[in-house]
Structures are given as structure tokens and as C-alpha cells.
Design a protein around this ligand. Structure first.
Ligand code: FAD
Ligand code: EPU
Length: 335
């Protein structure tokens, strides 16, 4: 257990605030042991790679960084495998390992930062695929009872950047192992336009799993900032789901507004387009700003406080609301 340490190395925004107490754990026994040292009513933060959090103040409590490792094939037949991975595995390394084995299903989600354990939290997704498409089950430690619980897909209520762990079970479970059902015979999903274009650029007509992964990596590198170079947490906002009538209203002024079919008869708008069209793309305010290549990404050029980034996001929400009548919702966890 460490006292009063800076969380700067543990969040991809690079926000420099302290935590009262900090420990890692690499097994369920170690988790139980550090939790036995938790003070009464002490706040608790379970951290993976810190790539989806904005720390707006010092964390007055106990931060536990998940380092549970593991990669195990727990079920296999001619067509499929189920792989259970430790929650502390680095997501992209796990994806690459599955690709090396020839297991398909995760390749579109290559290069997403963070840990395996956080992937079900917000049902991570990219380029036409979400965790829910390959998720089998997970094992989580219930903090109040000290018991392990299994969650199957139907227990998780996955939605667009949503799950029970972000809502009704927020802060109640520590996800320890996650299992994915992957295919041995690749059934590749290259329907996302950008992947098709990238494969064409690469001169590939019959792509392998690795080709799709490489295409996704190339697309991501071309527009998303590398957190090792520039502080950020990926998309700061969700793409908003709105009623058809609102899309029609906006179309009167902006006939080309991108919009896509979504859950429960709604339409999904591109938050990046709304923010760009409102004039924010590439805008810099002292130490922080809106990324010049992807307007959904807020960046910390160095030295920003979390509160300053949060205030910038509030200004953007207000402006987009005034200009389009659309309320943007933050995707990043604000702490
Ligand atoms: P953290 O930031 O450490 O934690 C996120 C939340 O989950 C916190 O509330 C934390 O308390 C909780 N948590 C973490 N681990 C556990 C656990 N084991 N048990 C219980 N609770 C836990 N996301 C996408 O969906 N698609 C993308 O394409 C994408 N691109 C990104 C690009 C960049 C450059 C960056 C920086 C981020 C991107 N993200 C994307 C967001 C981020 O990568 C994901 O949300 C990722 O799953 C976060 O993992 P993490 O381990 O860093 O989580
Ligand atoms: N767009 C703009 N300007 C911008 C950015 C986007 O006009 O600056 C418009 C364009 O019309 C573009 C459309 O938005 O066609 C979609 O853009 P893009 O393909 O880059 O995806 P996104 O909707 O901006 C989402 C996810 C990303 C994920 C990509 C790829 C959310 C909140 N974001 O971004 O996830 O990688 O799709 O699938 O759903 C993340 O969650 O952190 C993240 C990066």
C-alpha cells in the first residue's frame, strides 16, 4: 500500500492529482487482502489503464489497480473457442494474442487502450463491432459480500457504451476475468466504410484477420492521438441518439448531417460532426483543447487540471445544445 501518490502515470489524460492510498492486486486473494485494509466508508476506485477517466479532484480514498493476468482456453470445438482472460491484461495485447492463434472476433477492436476488465464496463466498440458481439461471460467480485458472481451476456444489459456495471451495479463489483466466444473460421466484418477503403489502399482483396486488425490500427493511428504523446481519453462524448423529428429539423439547415439507424427507432448523430460544425475542432484554450483531427476527442497539452477539461466539455455541450438542440452526454467517467 502506498500513501499520497500522484495518479498522473495512471490516467491517459495525464492529470496530476493525488490519491490518499494506492495498491495493485494481481489475484483475487490479493484483492481480498487489500480490501481488508480498507477503512470504514473509505471511497474506492478500481482502475485498469485509466484510459476512460477524468480526474477532476484529488482522490480521497483507496485506488486499486487491477493486474490480474491470465489467458486460458476454457471451451473449444471445430468452429469456436471460449477464452477467459484476466481483467488486468492489456486489451490490445490480448487482441493480438487471439489473432496470433487465428481466433476471429476482436480484430475490429484492435488498439483500443485499457484493460480487458474494463471492456464490458461500457461495452467498448469500434468499426462496427462491440464487446457484446463476442462476450460470453465474466466473473466479478462483489465488494459488499466478498463473493464471486458469474454474469452471462443477458445479465449485463449491454447497450451503446452501456452495461449494468456502469449503471445499477456501479462501484459494486470488481471484474476479475472476462470470457469471449471467438470463431476459428473468420467471418470478417469489413462493412465499416473506412476499413474497406484502408484495405483497398493496402492492396488487399481477400483480407485475413490480421489484415483487418492492421487496417483498423492504421485508421486509428491516422486520427486518434496517442495518449503516450498527448493526454486524452478517446471520445469524450457519446454519439447522441435522437428522435427522427429532430434530425428532420436540423436537416432544414444542414441537409448533409450524418445520421444512422440506432436502437429503439432512434437515429444516431455523429457528435464529432456536431462539435466540428459548431466550430470547435482544433480549438486550443491554453493547456487544453479539441483535437485537430477528431473533434470528439478533448486533449490535455500538459498541465491542465481535470476541472479545466470538464469546464471545456461543459462549454461544448452548451454550444451544441444552442446550435442544434442536441444534448451531448459525456462518455468518459468523471471522478
Ligand atoms: P479505466 O479508465 O481504468 O476505467 C474505466 C471505468 O471502469 C472506471 O469507472 C473504473 O472504475 C472501471 N473499471 C475499470 N476496470 C474495472 C474492473 N476490473 N472492475 C470494475 N470496474 C472497473 N473506447 C471504446 O469503446 N472504443 C474506442 O474505439 C476507444 N478508443 C479510445 C482511444 C483512445 C486514444 C483512448 C485514450 C480511449 C479510447 N476508448 C475507446 C476508451 C477506453 O479505451 C475504454 O473505455 C477502455 O475500456 C478503458 O479501459 P481502462 O482499463 O483504461 O479503464
Ligand atoms: N465526424 C466529423 N468530424 C470529426 C469527427 C467525426 O464530422 O471531427 C463525423 C464524420 O461524419 C464521420 C463520423 O463523424 O463520418 C464518424 O466518425 P468516426 O468514424 O471517426 O467515428 P466516431 O463516431 O467519431 C466512434 C466511437 C469511437 C470509435 C469509432 C470507430 C463513440 C463515442 N466513438 O467515433 O470510439 O473508435 O467510432 O468505430 O462512439 C471511444 O469510445 O473513445 C472511441 C474512440
Amino acid at each position: 500500500m502506498q500513501n499520497n501518490i500522484s495518479l498522473k502515470p495512471y490516467n491517459t489524460f495525464g492529470i496530476d492529482v493525488n490519491a490518499n492510498r494506492f495498491s495493485t492486486f494481481s489475484s483475487i486473494d490479493e484483492l481480498k487482502s487489500v480490501l481488508s485494509e480498507r477503512k470504514e466508508n473509505e471511497s474506492l476506485l478500481i482502475l485498469g489503464g485509466g484510459s476512460n477517466v477524468l480526474l477532476t479532484k484529488p482522490f480521497e480514498g483507496l485506488v486499486l489497480k487491477n493486474e490480474i493476468k491470465g489467458f486460458e482456453i476454457i471451451e473449444e470445438n471445430d468452429n469456436e473457442v471460449v477464452i477467459e482472460a484476466g481483467a488486468g491484461e492489456i486489451w490490445h495485447q490480448f487482441v493480438l494474442r487471439c489473432i496470433e492463434h487465428g481466433f476471429a472476433g476482436l480484430e475490429n477492436m484492435s488498439l483500443i487502450p485499457g484493460s480487458v476488465g474494463a471492456s464490458p464496463m461500457q461495452n467498448i466498440g469500434a468499426y462496427g463491432v462491440e464487446i457484446k458481439d463476442v462476450f460470453d461471460h465474466l466473473h466479478a467480485f462483489e465488494i459488499s459480500t466478498g463473493e464471486m458472481k458469474r454474469f452471462d451476456k443477458n445479465d449485463c444489459a449491454f447497450g451503446y457504451r452501456e452495461s449494468v456495471f456502469k449503471n445499477i451495479y456501479k462501484n459494486q463489483f470488481v471484474i476479475c476475468r472476462v470470457a469471449f466466444r471467438l470463431k476459428k473460421n473468420a467471418n470478417l466484418n469489413t462493412s465499416y466504410g473506412a476499413i474497406e477503403n484502408e484495405l483497398q489502399k493496402m492492396g488487399i482483396t481477400s483480407p485475413t484477420i490480421r489484415d483487418v486488425s492492421n487496417a483498423v490500427i492504421a485508421i486509428r493511428k491516422s486520427k486518434l492521438p496517442d495518449p503516450a504523446v498527448l493526454g486524452n481519453a478517446g471520445s469524450f462524448f457519446k454519439n447522441p441518439l435522437v428522435d427522427e423529428s429532430l434530425v428532420e429539423k436540423i436537416k432544414a439547415t444542414y441537409p448533409d448531417i450524418p445520421n444512422y439507424p440506432a436502437e429503439s427507432g432512434k437515429r444516431k448523430l455523429a457528435a464529432g460532426w456536431l462539435i466540428e460544425t459548431a466550430g470547435w475542432k482544433g480549438k486550443t484554450i491554453e493547456t487544453r483543447g479539441v483535437h485537430k483531427l477528431q473533434a470528439l476527442v478533448l486533449v490535455n497539452y500538459g498541465g491542465s487540471t481535470g476541472k479545466q477539461v470538464l469546464d471545456l466539455s461543459s462549454e461544448i455541450i452548451k454550444d451544441v445544445q444552442e446550435k442544434f438542440g442536441v444534448t451531448l452526454e459525456r462518455e468518459v467517467n468523471i471522478l
